[in-house]
Design a protein around this ligand. Structure first.
Ligand code: NAP
Length: 294
């Protein structure tokens, strides 16, 4: 069997075009444009790159973006004060605080300071808490997990009663993805670093999501024939033949798994582009919520 390759880039492009269309309508009908504030603390080069990519994507769909940079040694109070200022700013519909924060800062308190109606990253404890509860709906769901579910839907996943296995239990990917799958009525197993005999668990999965940050960990014989496999991992591996000296690979051994799975996302070009598309969708939704309250 050769898996269908799920083209996250194409799906994300379609979503971005839809957001651009909605933004245009909002401007024409209400004279307002969604706005996203990106807060960056410190000098982490990857964080700078991510924020640049997110702001560029906003620009392309007509969302205003505002960048706020604080020094590495910014105090807890300074960051929270900035968040409070953005909460009160009507031009700002969504606030994203780029993670990770420098280690002296209390991430939980900073995320909790964000107005939940502007929490477009979906990391506010109330939004995450609602995701964990039956019958409650968060206002926003974190972008990467939301992108994972969207790609599973695109691939025709039958969630109800399916065995879903999520590799990884981080706050930003693994755990919210597992919770979303529970909402979808899948039977969910979460695998982490203390799990015994991981291949025997993954082999039972109709839906397999890998978010561990270990290059090519998931092998062909870990996968049930016909399973839908979503690879969230982004890992740099040395490659002297590549221009930059490295290339990006996922947590899934693509060449092996494509011979077994029913559908599979590539890296790059799978989940990555979906993350930004979902952030744009969340920001549009925040602007729609603000408009409805006027
Ligand atoms: P993380 O915070 O480091 O969490 C990794 C998780 O994997 C942890 O729960 C850890 O278990 C588990 N784990 C690590 N090694 C393992 C092993 N050998 N066996 C079983 N479980 C293991 O990582 P993350 O932030 O969730 O990111 C995961 C991957 O996704 C990374 O490659 C990251 O670059 C990528 N990512 C991609 C996007 C995107 O947009 N495409 C967005 C975010 C992240 P413990 O909890 O027991 O430590």
């Amino acid at each position: 069997m050769t898996a269908t390759i799920i083209d996250g880039k194409a799906v994300a492009a379609r979503l971005r075009a839809e957001v651009a269309e909605e933004v245009k309508k909002m401007v024409a009908e209400h004279g307002v444009r969604p706005g996203l504030a990106a807060v960056l603390v410190g000098e982490n080069p990857a964080s700078h790159t991510y924020v640049r990519m997110k702001r560029k994507a906003c620009d392309e769909v007509g969302i205003d973006s505002y960048g706020y940079e604080l020094p590495e040694n910014a105090s807890q109070e300074e960051v929270e004060e900035l968040v409070r200022k953005l909460n009160a700013d009507p031009k700002v519909n969504g606030i994203l605080v780029q993670l990770p924060l420098p280690s002296h800062l209390n991430e939980e308190a900073i995320l909790a300071a964000i107005d939940i109606e502007k929490d477009v990253d979906g990391f506010h404890p109330i939004n995450i808490g609602r995701l964990a509860m039956k019958g409650r709906e968060p206002l926003f769901v974190p972008a990467t997990p939301k992108g994972v579910i969207y790609l599973l839907e695109e691939a025709g996943a039958q969630f109800e009663g399916a065995n879903a296995v999520v590799l990884g239990r981080s706050n930003i990917v693994g755990m919210p993805t597992a919770l979303l799958l529970v909402h979808k009525n899948s039977t969910v197993t979460i695998v982490h670093s203390r799990t015994r005999d991981i291949p025997s668990v993954t082999r039972e999965a109709d839906i397999l999501v890998a978010a561990v940050g270990r290059p090519k960990m998931v092998k062909g014989d870990w996968v049930k024939p016909g399973a839908i496999v979503i690879d969230v991992g982004v890992n740099r591996v040395d490659d002297p033949t590549a221009k930059k000296g490295y290339r990006l690979v996922g947590d899934v051994d693509f060449d092996e798994v494509k011979e077994v799975a029913g559908a599979l996302t590539p890296v790059p070009g799978g989940v990555g582009p979906m993350t930004i598309a979902m952030l744009l969708k969340n920001t549009l939704r925040a602007a729609q919520i603000a408009l409805a309250k006027k």
